[in-house]
Design a protein around this ligand. Sequence first.
Ligand code: PLP
Length: 384
Amino acid sequence: MENLCRETWIEVNLDAIENNLRAIRRHIPKKSKIMAVVKANAYGHGSVEVARHTLENGASELAVASLKEAIVLRKAGITEPILVLGFTSVGCVKEAAVWNVELTAFQADWIKEANRILTKEVMTNQLAIHINVDTGMGRIGVRTKEELLASVEALTTSKFLRWSGIYTHFSTADEPDTRLTRLQHNLFISFLRFLERQGFELPTVHMNNTAAAIAFPEFSADMIRLGIGLYGLYPSTHIKQLKLVKLEPVLSLKTRISYVKNMMTGPPSISYGAAYIAKIGEVIATLPIGYADGYSRALSNRGFVLHRGRRVPVVGRVTMDFLMVSLGDGEGKQGDEVVIYGRQNEAEISVDEVAEMLGTINYEVVSTLSRRIPRLFIKNESNH
Ligand SMILES: *Cc1c(COP(=O)(O)O)cnc(C)c1O
């Protein structure tokens, strides 16, 4: 690695993103577009670069969680459609229209107010809106046909708004029991049929996240919203075990040893709480990564990292900026590369394994990686 001043970094393999997009593309119907979900800094991978790369490789639109995230992408020069999946305060509609960002709506009053605000502004851009239908996620969305009709009527009669999509979100598409997903799908379809009977022409219809796109490709409709799969991670063990789509992890987290000491001499305790006492002659290495980087403190005295192709344990408490590992009676030097997540020679520490140890999911492990860690983008085996 040429940059010696980078002590801890994330490598993002853009070729793997391409492979994952291709694998999903082959699995879903030809007519279904792919919306790349790049919220939360592209699940920790770096939103601008991931967005650009997915758009060059088969994704046609983007989704984020908030207007702020969308504006970051616009400021970076991205011109493709961007949908905000979260709730946006109606006071922000002008900003959304100025930046040409599509918003999610599900309340007729919000839609009417948005139109009033934009009318006063005499906008040139119409604000594009996707209606969210809550079929069982219980988060946001219209919950009844009456609410749906009121929203659609408000939208289609608003001069400054454009109805560009309608979607729902599955809550259990990653589980072996398919009943709730089928129920949600049927409910959504019945809402769509209801609108058609009322004489409305449907805009872009979408419902599938990664799990549903893999397990229910037939529900892919006009577009899927691809998040975790883009990053080469499976939404659940169940989905992985279906073996329907081969995904390749995109991210590796690496660091370099800051300091090595032999515990033959000096005080034997390691880190806060002295929760680890080294043996005489044990070799302890200090790594410049801590919980402020997104390496969970819950991995204190539990986690493992890779050094010289071998798994070595985290010893003592993980601190904000450092953690210590034991090299046993092995050798190690200041500056040695250490893999926190990813592969080294034949060894691997997967994000899934770490998530399992933490009692959480891979989504959380990657999306909480701190922005202070530089991202290094790798393409055709070269660095960017
Ligand atoms: C985050 C999110 C997605 C992406 O889900 P994955 O499981 O990561 O594919 C899709 N739709 C909505 C509404 C989301 O919030």
